[in-house]
Design a protein around this ligand. Structure first.
Ligand code: SAH
Length: 368
């Protein structure tokens, strides 16, 4: 028998007493349990951690986004004050890189008030360290609702994939919620709920699926998107959402766990492995639109970064660099945009207040 994690012990005891919990509840607890949740106690990023995100791959990622934000601010009519809000900023690397790139437009930097939204006390601390040298006002919040009113630019990289997802499974007799229970050996196991979910809960795009099909729906993501849509509609501004996922809804199981850079079973080391699922951008777009905002894209990360001048920036950085650094810069840029790495799986959408118009590079009607 494996040695259990503290959260695993706690969940097994709770389930023994109160019965199975949904995959959605399980994911929420594994990531956000105040004591043992994955993000709560430690810094999971980088070589020593479990996974590496785009801003940790290269400064070129954040710089491209900084340039996008400067342009969006101009589209907004260059307001004297703007909240630059980042959701789930991890180590704070993206914010630092965006702000540095924003210096191309000093009036923009002068207008910025930074708002970092993160539920993790440990990561808020790391972010504080990363942004120590920043001369702007930086405020921290646990939840998006706490960000004050005002024209806003919002950025979220690999944030939505970390919000909990429900799974419903097609079986004989209907669609059933996937649950986490405890088996006869006393171990956590996946199972289905006793009773089917109501028909109205089954998304239209999954109705015809065969027995065994899995549909993922995320009330948390939808609520978050709607809230952002409302904020932008009310106060003006724009947002940029980057994540891995699919442009169109489909039935499929994308719930996954990563532990030390390897995919593992979703029940492996609860609270110590990273649980995510792919973002359904079609559904997410509806959330923003429900909040009144306009959605542009998705474009692939490849198309977005290349249109934002990634290759030109790479060339500039290489100019003064020694040979070894030049090789590293090529590797970093390729990792961000190549088909087999992050280029196609990762998508980018822009969310704007409906009066803003279509920001670059979302006007291109061709599909990536
Ligand atoms: N954007 C960063 C980190 C991505 S990991 C990067 O690209 O490197 C997800 C981040 O979202 C973490 O900082 C985590 O603490 C935060 N997070 C996850 N769920 C959250 C929630 N419900 N509310 C606020 N922050 C959350």
């Amino acid at each position: 028998m494996n040695i259990k994690t503290p959260l695993e012990e706690k969940l097994i005891a709770e389930i023994a007493q109160d019965g199975p919990i949904s995959v959605e509840q399980f994911m929420g607890r594994c990531l956000g349990d105040p004591l043992y949740g994955y993000y709560m106690g430690k810094d999971p990023f980088g070589r020593g951690g479990d996974f590496i995100t785009a801003p940790e791959v290269s400064q070129m990622f954040g710089e491209a986004i900084g340039v996008w934000l400067a342009t969006a601010w101009q589209m907004m009519g260059s307001p004297k004050k703007v909240h630059l809000i980042e959701l789930g900023p991890g180590r704070g690397t993206l914010m630092a890189d965006m702000l540095r790139a924003a210096n191309v437009l000093p009036e923009f930097v002068e207008a910025i008030e930074v708002h970092m939204v993160d539920m993790s006390p440990a990561l808020r601390k790391v972010q504080g360290e990363t942004l120590k040298g920043v001369a702007l006002d930086v405020h921290w919040h646990q939840r998006f609702e706490q960000v004050p009113a005002g024209p806003s630019l919002i950025v979220a990289n690999e944030f939505f994939d970390a919000l909990a997802v429900r799974q419903i499974v097609r079986a004989e007799g209907g669609w059933f919620e996937r649950m986490v229970g405890v088996d006869d050996a006393g171990e956590l196991c996946l199972m289905l709920a006793d009773k089917p979910v109501a028909n109205a809960e089954v998304p239209g795009w999954a109705r015809e699926a065969e027995v065994g099909a899995v549909a993922e729906i995320s009330p948390q993501r939808q609520a978050m998107a709607e809230q952002i849509g409302k904020h932008i509609t009310k106060h003006g501004g724009a947002g940029l959402i980057i994540d891995y996922g699919h442009a169109l809804s489909f039935a499929g199981d994308t719930f996954q766990a990563v532990y030390r850079h390897k995919f593992v079973d979703v029940l492996h080391r609860p609270g110590q492995s990273d649980l995510t699922s792919h973002v359904d951008f079609q559904e997410l777009a509806k959330g923003f639109e429900d909040g009144g905002a306009a959605v542009h894209g998705p474009r692939t990360q490849q198309a977005f970064l290349i249109a934002m001048g990634l290759r030109e920036r790479e060339a500039v950085l290489k100019k003064k660099a020694p040979a070894r650094t030049r090789i590293m810069l090529s590797k970093q840029a390729n990792r961000l945009v190549s088909d087999k790495e992050m280029g196609h799986l990762f998508k980018v959408i822009a969310v704007t207040d409906a009066s803003l118009g279509t920001p670059h590079p979302f006007g291109d009607p061709t599909h990536d």
